[in-house]
Design a protein around this ligand. Structure first.
Ligand SMILES: [Mg+2]
Length: 433
């Protein structure tokens, strides 16, 4: 355990709901739920009044309605939440040198070294008050020796709380808590631990390390460390937080706009699949083009947090339109999604129809099974080749075509879409809470 570290974890209380209450103070003190309105939607955020009835984030809306029929269900507005999220990040960025944005409403701040100049608790407390005053939104924080203990601290003092757990008190703080308080314990792991009779963190901490490894593998080791108050994961600076992107260099330069748009659509579809499978959302899209004379131009746009194809494809096409101003051949095109945070897409929050949402889920399922190329948008598939009589020539992957045949070789050796993921996209998943 690194006793000299000082990590703050800040988390907005019932973030989406709080933004709604700020807009409509009549709702204060009432059970309010964001999401879960549609038939199969889930609760994304709920007020503490609704929680008293057992409603919680990620619960199916139908169940929430059964538990708390008097609750006020709101559709939600991701654009407003994203705006508030960016504003909070800016307040923090103005005041601290090293912080990580972990989700739409969560930040880690590394105060190590700064503690000599500021009292960490005093600093964190003042920062919290500033956010409350400037944003009009409630927030809580935990301050301890690493990310895990600080986050558990935040969760324990919510809502409207602040809690310091100095090094000597870490074990005493963790020991009596239930194991599910450790961030990242999934249902399956929780079940396994329950079967083993492990209910409290102390029990987990006292299990021999090698036994935990035997039962739960690497994940078990990580849990054991957390139960013992050990977490070596660093606070990753926001500005250095990596992106996911993809780019294509054409074998022969092109001016075919509809082809460019189709390629962009294909690229975005691949990237959003990655985002969703890693439970990330993006708040910034960048499109790059390179002309045949190697002049390279880039445009980016801030967007509400999302991982949905249709919205990002439209944005990508808009940016491309703005970028491609010269009647010149293109040799490269690329898309990048950045400002990534942990989070889920939810029905309703993005003006997405259920049909569209279902489509993404179905596509993701097929792709998880058969690979990313197994389902693609029709617009990125080229027209089937036809023979002299207009009959479609059946594609035979085993029969390799010679490059010169009918001049179609150019198409064949055309660019490959190269995807690079230049970051470890973490494992943490987070719903608003
Ligand atoms: Mg929160």
């Amino acid at each position: 355990m690194d006793k000299d570290k000082h990590i703050i974890h800040m988390d907005q209380d019932a973030f989406f709901v709080s933004v709604e209450l700020r807009k409509n103070p009549d709702l204060i003190g009432k059970p309010v739920v964001v999401g879960g309105n549609s038939d199969r939607g889930v609760v994304t955020s709920c007020s503490y009044e609704a929680r008293k009835f057992g409603v919680h984030a990620a619960m199916p809306g139908r169940m929430a309605k059964q538990l708390c029929p008097q609750a006020i269900f709101l559709r939600g507005n991701m654009e407003e939440y994203s705006k508030a999220s960016h504003e909070i990040t800016e307040i923090i960025a103005d005041r601290v040198p090293l912080f990580e944005k972990a989700s739409i409403d969560e930040h880690y701040i590394d105060m190590t070294g700064m503690d000599k100049f500021f009292g960490c608790m005093k600093f964190a407390s003042e920062l919290r008050q500033t956010i409350i005053k400037e944003m009009g939104l409630p927030i809580s924080f935990g301050l301890s020796v690493n990310k895990t203990v600080s986050k558990i601290g935040t969760n324990e003092c919510k809502p409207n709380g602040e809690l310091e757990i100095p090094f000597p008190k870490v074990r005493g703080f963790l020991n009596p808590l239930a194991v599910h308080k450790i961030p990242g314990i999934g249902e399956a792991t929780f079940k396994k631990l329950s079967e083993m009779g492990v209910r409290k963190i102390q029990t987990l901490a006292e299990i021999p390390q090698d036994l935990m490894f035997k039962i739960l593998g690497q994940h078990g080791l990580g849990l054991w460390q957390k139960a013992n108050g050990i977490d070596l994961s660093p606070v990753v600076p926001y500005r250095e937080r990596k992106s996911i992107g993809t780019q294509t260099t054409f074998e022969s330069d092109s001016m075919d706009i509809s082809k460019m748009k189709a390629i962009l659509s294909g690229m975005v579809t691949n990237l959003t699949f990655d985002l969703r499978s890693q439970q990330k959302l993006t708040a910034c899209i960048t499109v790059t083009i390179r002309y045949s004379n190697f002049e390279t131009v880039t445009q980016q746009a801030r967007i509400p947090y999302t991982a949905l194809d249709s919205f990002l494809i439209t944005k990508a096409h808009d940016l491309f339109k703005k970028l491609y101003t010269k009647r010149m051949l293109l040799r490269l095109i690329g898309v990048k999604l950045s400002h990534l945070v942990s989070g889920f897409e939810q029905i309703g929050l993005y003006h997405t129809s259920e049909v569209e949402y279902d489509l993404y889920q179905a596509m993701d399922k097929v792709r998880n099974h058969y690979g990313v190329e197994s389902v693609v948008k029709a617009c990125i598939v080229k027209q089937p080749e036809k023979d002299k009589n207009g009959k479609i020539i059946k594609y035979n992957p085993r029969k390799k075509k010679s490059i010169d045949e009918n001049g179609s070789g150019e198409e064949r050796k055309r660019s490959r879409i190269r995807t690079f993921i230049n970051t470890d996209l973490g494992t943490a998943t987070k719903l608003d809470g």
